[in-house]
Design a protein around this ligand. Sequence first.
Ligand SMILES: [Mn+2]
Length: 324
Amino acid sequence: MTFNTALHQLQQSEDIAIITHVQPDGDAIGSCLALADILERAGKKKVTLYCQDKVPALLEFLHGHQKFKNSLEDGQQFDLSIAVDCSDENRMGTCFAVFKAGKKSMNIDHHVSNTFYADTNLVDIKAAATGEIIYRIGKELTDNLGKHSAEALYTAISTDTGSFCFRNTTAQSYRIASELIEIGIDIERVTTLLYKTNRLERIRLLAKALSSLELFENNKIAVITITQRDLTSTGAMESEMENMVNYAKNIVGVEIGILLKEADDSTSKISLRSKGRIDVSLLAGQFGGGGHQAAAGASLPMDVEQARKEVLAAARKMLGAGTQ
Ligand SMILES: [Mn+2]
């Protein structure tokens, strides 16, 4: 029902803005690029992409990645503004202004925590990635998805499912991937670019991150800390911290992996990962953040030492260890 309403709305609109979340990941960028490509194939002349932050270097192989803008022109309006992969309005950061500049609004997302903030809310929590929803839209609006969309959608689904390994991966994810492969994407090239390509700066940051590793509660909680100094001394970018939390989580016996990032003197960020028993979206929720059961995050208005204390205390409680 909502799906048809959304399709109708897309067909009725000419001037369309597509917005995704701050610190965009593969699903965010891949879904936006594919949606824009699909809409252009469906005859839309004015489709503009927005994101507050830059496209991560790792995703610059995707066709059209340079099309993202980060702000509105004065008085600019759209027939339709679409938020992609954003569980709530705040996720858009400064690009929320673009969302508000739409005469109509749409929200295409797969997060359980979605707050249904748009006129049309196409939210499917069973979708492993927003890319799966975009794929369905593409099937309806075009006869042929084309290689660019296929590559973008494969990136979206592959990254949000951890290369089709996370619990959220379904038979449908594989079915979609198989169709995308049939379109003719080069799997080896895409996966090499996504998972086997590292800048030296990132490897140097990884070395620092690993040397900060601490374990608590009988090795059930693992914490990695990255400071601003680590970033400046290695020259690595913030986006390159992505996935480093998994080194903590993947240790045998660890149930909760925590990556603690110093954003500035009074702001810290946490990335949380669980092997499955603990729902880390609840843990992130205690600090105003969110995410999924196995992967979540939050931003804390405090220095990294204080954040470390508070997050550890909350994690210990969740673990049922009972120690404070
Ligand atoms: Mn996603």
